[in-house]
Design a protein around this ligand. Sequence first.
Ligand code: NAD
Length: 517
Amino acid sequence: MTDTATIALVPEPVAGRHIPADLPTRIQHYIDGAFVDSADGDTFDVLDPVSNEVYLQAAAGKKADIDRAVAAARTAFAEGPWPRMLPRERSRILHRIADIVESRDARLAELESFDSGLPITQALGQARRAAENFRFFADLIVAQADDTYKVPGRQINYVNRKPIGVAGLITPWNTPFMLESWKLGPALATGNTVVLKPAEFTPLSASLWAGIFEEAGLPKGVFNLVNGLGEDAGDALVKHPDVPLISFTGESSTGRLIFGNAAPYLKGLSMELGGKSPAIVFADADLDAAIDATIFGVFSLNGERCTAGSRILVQREVYDEFVSRYAAQAARVVVGYPHDPATEVGALVHPEHYEKVMSYVELGKTEGRLVAGGGRPEGFETGNFVAPTVFADVAPDARIFQEEIFGPVVAITPFDTDEEALALANDTKYGLAAYVWTNDLKRAHNFAQAVEAGMVWLNSNNVRDLRTPFGGVKASGLGHEGGYRSIDFYTDQQAVHITLGEVHNPTFGKTDAAASH
Ligand code: NAD
């Protein structure tokens, strides 16, 4: 393994900037078991969100680098041991990966928090969840059962599940390490080889996979990593003819572009896209629990969360009480430096994203009633800090009700009846998650049935069971991953048919009469 260069940075002191020890200043690609620069030597700048100073140069991959990575992954698939290993052997390596990730959770969290601005306690949770993803698929692959159908005395039909080949994995910058594990776990468990293109805002944690995989014994060429911009490296991966699968997580508009670019190749696509998920609070709900959950639901992970409950719909009877309690609690949410364990909302990932979120905060002031936050929090003169911001009385045609902001900003809207709540909940192009708060059992289940969302939580925060499907409807996604559905996405299911009794042959061309015609 060629190590990436590490030097101790001696930057200008920037208030609140905690610099991890041995921070790399250069990140390369990882292709066929070696760290390499881009073929053309090009790099791009990476900033940390507290100082917005460049702290790292990452190799900027282009088509030539993707070609190299895909060739390595193809050779590892066609000739290497990985797809041919027993599931138990692959599972052992995956468990070792989980062990290593768990044993380094503090370091991973420190780097992730520094690079992305996520609060350190939440980054730690994400590192552990990344380990859990590997463990889950390590267990699932050895328990995998496939269908067999018997026609007594005549035929047996069975499903022969096979890895597909080189999987292209394209990931976003929110909780990057965890979301990469979400794709890497099942893609590798099923015997595929991969090329990962992580998000350009946050390439730091992805670069750690290479060392972790080598240590765990993953064969050379099975995992390849190409850094770079979406329109260069990502685009080349999507258009590579030897990559039959693309698993993408990111914005709906990018998903649409990738869908078109992959169409000529008829690739297998899985898309986890944007959201504007509603949290619906009925008057009969446990208001304390609903307030805690809806605060966490939009302000955790800095609000940079695809399943954020960023529209809260509240029944008129409890609306005023809800809004005043919610605003007071939002104002108490602790904004702080990402490395501080007391921090609940850290710094947004990048100044470009900060500008976007701030533009929605300004827009919100014309579209709703500002009841908390509304700008840069006091005491944070630099860096991408946004105070948890709450707008009440937001009309459904407001842009802050319709568009994904992806920051600590929430819109609250009143409703009167169940029908109105449902209409409001479904009134966006997205359909990722929905959260329903009521103590009426019938209402809860009927609402879940009718709401246009891939995932519904009833009287619950966003707590996942890894066996359940994960995905969105409408503009929030295409297909489902999670549990055996991920196994389905990363495998071909070939049907094999065997005759048991007499061969069932209608015989053509048997008689002379047939021959004379
Ligand atoms: P993005 O779409 O800008 O980028 C995602 C990835 O796609 C990056 O690696 C980027 O480099 C790459 N990319 C960009 N253009 C490309 C192209 N033309 N071809 C190939 N690849 C390209 O998204 P983002 O800003 O990084 O992430 C935030 C978005 O992700 C939000 O919309 C959020 O809701 C969504 N998200 C969804 C889920 C989910 O599971 N549904 C989870 C996390 C994030």
